[in-house]
Design a protein around this ligand. Structure first.
Ligand code: FES
Length: 575
């Protein structure tokens, strides 16, 4: 029997009213798994393990798990993997975001309830890494993230293909009648061909980079392709690093701080990364009581250059980013703007990490700070009478000729309404109009899907129109592009001004002024408000997780987390 009450299998004993009996019983059941007494006495590294038949992005996790375990064992601790739910982006209905908080609760509670001295978080597909970071931040046990890594690209004729920007590009060609059904079927089989996450700077890759910027993963690991041997070496090193975290405990709350969150926001802006990352970073930081007002994003955006030339904004893919120098190169360019005293999971500060020599950088993929791709950050927050608590525009992925513009609203009241009318040849719409989608926010029945990338109506796309202003309370896939205003807050289902817009109203967009305004006088809006009935469902009519979600989910400016999962003191003023 060990005297060590705080570590290994002696940690967090099941309560039978007799501590020694609890430990004796636990060890006898653990020994049934074939562990020697020597192994039973070791410190434990838990591994939050998320392979799933419904998650193509994690299909190489068995091999990665072996590498993590190898690293843990070689460093002298016992690795024990445990399953949590896994979220495969395209396999979930109505949308994966709805289940991110469920996965975070699963992760948090299993870290807390089971005996482990540190934990390795294995995630990758869009919502899995934020869910694991949220859970680990709340559990606050020493934790380190290893990501799946991106897919490799494929080929179709002379073209390189990578999920999922090229998915959308080819689908747009198909909708415009430029390619036929036979060709799109061939493309369908070649878009996603290896293990790993989407091959562009979508949400998964953005979150992998932000995790490294926060200091929660090992240096240089964010962009290693899923199938590259370096990914397995990174997994092994992550296992070993987790053991080091036991000896000199560093908790997520010491790594994820206001300063490291600011570093992550800088990196997000320099990457021209996914709009979803704002929601996820807000949720992760929120677990530690750190708010991210969108005004902060704008302040940083004004002074952070875009450095990375990757799809969906630019022309390269994640494998190019890795070979060009990856996150190490980006962080070195941003060094004067970063908080270098932030602690990372290795025990080094960010500044100490960046003192190490860097491999040559391919400047066609990662620009230098003195010759950036854009002088200002890739994302901008908009405020105004249409979005009193803010909205997001990925300006690096948008058409600049549409940035200062008034337009006539063409309103779709729901996703169903959109699907029914978008390709109606009689739809009254022109390229100068602003498409508006209502009731696609967090508390709507659709649960804030990635539907903000409204398709261009066929009558316009068939004439070659590629972009127009689109506004909604929905999200957009990190792999999509266009002049798309997202996350309008408060959402329509909560009675936000978006709910009051009618076809024919004028809306003014000004990226220069960071504004989006509904040009309807207050008396008329008051009349509309008086007859407004929300489309959201009554939580009392729901059961199970649907009910919990409907009762607890916060708006986009609260990271769409659940109110009760935030620390008690930071819950005020959030609805
Ligand atoms: Fe998993 Fe894109 S589907 S990252």
């Amino acid at each position: 029997m060990t005297d060590d009450n705080e570590h290994g299998f002696a940690k967090g004993l099941t309560n039978y009213g007799d501590r020694d009996f609890s430990l004796y019983l636990r060890k006898s059941f653990a020994s049934s798994m074939g562990y020697s007494r020597e192994m039973l006495a070791k410190r434990i590294v838990g591994i939050a393990y998320t392979p799933s038949g419904y998650n193509n992005c994690h299909r190489h996790f068995p091999e990665m798990l072996e590498a993590v375990k190898r690293g843990v064992l070689a460093a002298g601790a016992l690795p024990i993997e445990f399953p949590t739910i896994s979220l495969g982006e395209v396999f979930l209905n109505p949308t994966s975001l709805k289940f991110r908080n469920l996965m975070s609760m699963d992760t948090e509670e299993m870290i807390r309830a089971q005996p482990m001295d540190a934990v390795v978080l294995m995630g990758g597909c869009d919502k899995t890494v934020p869910a694991q970071l949220m859970g680990a931040a709340s559990a606050d046990v020493p934790a380190i993230q290893i990501v799946a890594g991106p897919m490799m690209t494929s080929r179709y004729g002379e073209e390189r293909l990578g999920a999922c920007t090229d998915c959308r590009r080819f689908w747009a060609k198909y909708r415009a009648g430029e390619i036929d059904g036979e060709e799109i079927a061939k493309v369908e089989m070649r878009l996603a061909t290896t293990a790993g996450t989407c091959a562009v700077m979508g949400t998964a890759s953005t979150m992998a980079c932000l995790t490294e910027a926060l200091g929660m993963s090992l240096p240089g690991t964010a962009a290693i392709p899923a199938v590259h041997a370096d990914r397995l070496r990174a997994a092994e090193a992550t296992g070993a690093a987790a053991v080091n975290l036991i000896a000199s405990p560093i908790r997520p709350s010491q790594v994820i701080t206001r300063k490291s969150v600011e570093n992550a926001l800088r990196v997000l802006l320099a990457l021209g990364g996914s709009t979803n990352a704002i929601i996820h970073l807000t949720a992760v930081a929120g677990r530690l009581g750190i708010d991210i007002p969108l005004t902060w994003l704008n302040e940083l955006s004004d002074t952070t250059p875009v450095l990375v030339n990757l799809k969906p904004v630019g022309k390269n893919y994640m494998e190019d980013f890795f070979f060009a120098g990856g996150m190490g190169a980006v962080l070195r360019e941003l060094k004067p703007l970063l908080n270098l005293d932030c602690l990372t999971v290795t025990g080094d500060t960010l500044g100490e990490r960046l003192e190490a020599p860097c491999d040559p950088v391919d400047r066609s993929v990662i620009a230098s700070a003195d010759k950036p791709l854009e002088p200002e950050g890739g994302l901008v927050a908009l405020f105004g009478s249409l979005a009193p608590r803010g909205a997001i525009l990925k300006r690096s992925a948008a058409d600049r000729t549409l940035f200062e513009k008034d337009g006539r609203a063409v309103v779709f009241s729901s996703l169903e309404d959109l699907a029914k009318r978008i390709d109606d040849p009689d739809l009254d719409i022109t390229a100068d109009d602003f498409m508006v989608l209502q009731n696609a926010g967090p508390t709507s029945a659709s649960g804030m899907p990635e539907a903000g990338y409204l398709p261009i109506p066929k009558k316009l796309s068939s004439k070659g129109l590629k972009d127009m202003v689109r506004i909604s309370d929905a999200r957009m896939s990190g792999t999509a592009f266009g002049t798309i205003v997202l996350h309008v807050t408060p959402e329509a289902a909560q009675g936000g001004p978006l709910a009051l817009v009618e076809t024919g109203d004028r809306i003014r967009l000004s990226v220069k002024n960071r504004s989006i305004d509904l040009l309807v006088d207050e008396a008329e809006l008051e009349r509309r408000r008086a007859r407004f009935t929300p489309e959201r469902r009554d939580p009392a009519s729901l059961r199970g997780y649907d009910r919990l979600y409907a009762e607890q989910v916060l708006q986009a400016d609260g990271g769409c987390d659940f109110s009760f999962l935030r620390p008690i003191e930071s819950k005020q003023n959030r609805t």
